[in-house]
Design a protein around this ligand. Structure first.
Ligand SMILES: *[C@@H]1O[C@H](CO)[C@@H](O)[C@H](O)[C@H]1NC(C)=O
Ligand SMILES: *[C@@H]1O[C@H](CO)[C@@H](O)[C@H](O)[C@H]1NC(C)=O
Ligand SMILES: *[C@@H]1O[C@H](CO)[C@@H](O)[C@H](O)[C@H]1NC(C)=O
Length: 316
């Protein structure tokens, strides 16, 4: 595993800190709103509460970084989604079980992905973060095909095996060096997945390899080496196969959620990092009343701690 030397880090960061897009910095937006795309409910018992949902841990995670959340419902018209896109400062794609090609979740994510590409291309900064299934979905959207294979790491916490590119990455460069070291040695990242993109597949796919750089890998239960963290080379798009939101916001004792001081620190810094990306977006709702109606504060989460790995979920 790579140990970041402060010296190496300081010298390379000057050479390759930013792609062309990252130079377009707006005046900081200190009231960022992150959209979280709802996802179809898979669990039969939970379907009684609604057709789509967002676990409250993702909402709390974004809020912990200093932003507000607006849930994005599926099945709205293109015009409605375009309006939402112009009103929010970033998009979070949650983990879960939705089909990566045929679900409404995937279709709607694809729509925002294309809007974000176009926006960033003209200097309109718009970050996207994908967690677990969200990372997987980003790889499908970039590659134009499903490259997933079995990389089971179910209910297990790992340290990250950082790539050489991690030292200069936007995602990790704000981390104190002792925390980066801890992240490479201690099991601070909770994994709950059966599929992923192997390092070999990733490196062998020109579209994927050209779009994202691999920041870390891990070894699955079957020995496959999978991509565990990645960030866009040119675009402010980020993906983690693990779950930073569980460290602070999920507590079911049957699951290996990392709760150590270092684990909480990692989660907080990544939430702050992504929200800070959102601060560079100047999108906003056209009227305050519309903003108020769109925020998550209009909804109450439901207690599901006795029937799922989540304590609370928002249903729509
Ligand atoms: C979206 O619309 C399709 C087609 O009308 C429907 O089958 C599906 O259940 C809807 N999904 C949601 C989440 O409302
Ligand atoms: C970490 O990744 C490097 C390649 O980037 C590999 O050589 C090494 O064996 C990996 N270590 C572990 C513990 O998986
Ligand atoms: C879970 O808890 C809720 C709220 O206390 C209760 O209404 C529900 O019946 C419980 N469900 C199960 C399956 O135990």
């Amino acid at each position: 595993m790579l140990d970041f030397s402060a010296l190496v880090y300081a010298s390379v960061v000057v050479l390759c800190s930013a792609g062309p897009l990252l130079k377009h910095r707006h005046e900081e937006n200190n009231r960022p709103i992150i959209g979280i795309l709802t996802q179809e409910v898979d669990d039969d018992y939970m379907k009684r509460f609604g057709k789509t949902y967002i676990p409250s841990s993702y909402v709390s995670y974004i809020e912990s970084g200093g932003a507000r959340v607006t849930p994005i419902r599926l099945n709205q018209s293109l015009a409605e989604h375009e309006k939402i896109f112009r009103s929010i400062n970033g998009l979070l794609l949650i983990g879960g079980t939705a089909n990566l090609e045929t679900s409404d979740f995937a279709h709607t994510a694809g729509l925002y992905f294309r809007l974000a590409l176009e926006a960033n291309d003209v200097g309109d900064y718009f970050p996207i973060w994908g967690t677990c299934l969200g990372l997987q979905l980003l790889t499908v959207l970039v590659a134009g095909e499903n490259l997933l294979s079995k990389t089971t790491a179910e209910n297990v916490a790992y340290p990250l095996n950082f790539s050489s590119e991690a030292a200069t990455s936007r995602m990790f460069k704000g981390f104190p060096s002792d925390l980066r070291k801890a992240l490479s040695e201690e099991p601070l990242t909770g994994n709950f997945h059966h599929y992923g993109v192997t390092k070999e597949t990733f490196m062998g796919n020109e579209k994927l390899n050209g779009f994202f750089s691999i920041l870390s890998t891990n070894v699955a239960e079957n020995g496959a080496v999978f991509v565990s963290s990645m960030e866009g080379r040119k675009y402010p798009f980020y993906g983690v196969q693990w779950h930073p939101e569980v460290n602070c916001f999920q507590w079911n004792p049957r699951y290996n959620f990392p709760h150590s001081n270092n684990a909480v620190h990692v989660s907080s810094l990544l939430a702050q990092f992504f929200v800070n990306e959102g601060r560079q977006s100047s999108h906003h709702f056209s009227v305050v009343a519309e903003e108020s109606r769109a925020l998550i504060y209009n909804y109450n989460p439901v207690y599901v701690g006795n029937i799922s790995s989540y304590e609370k979920c928002y249903f729509f």
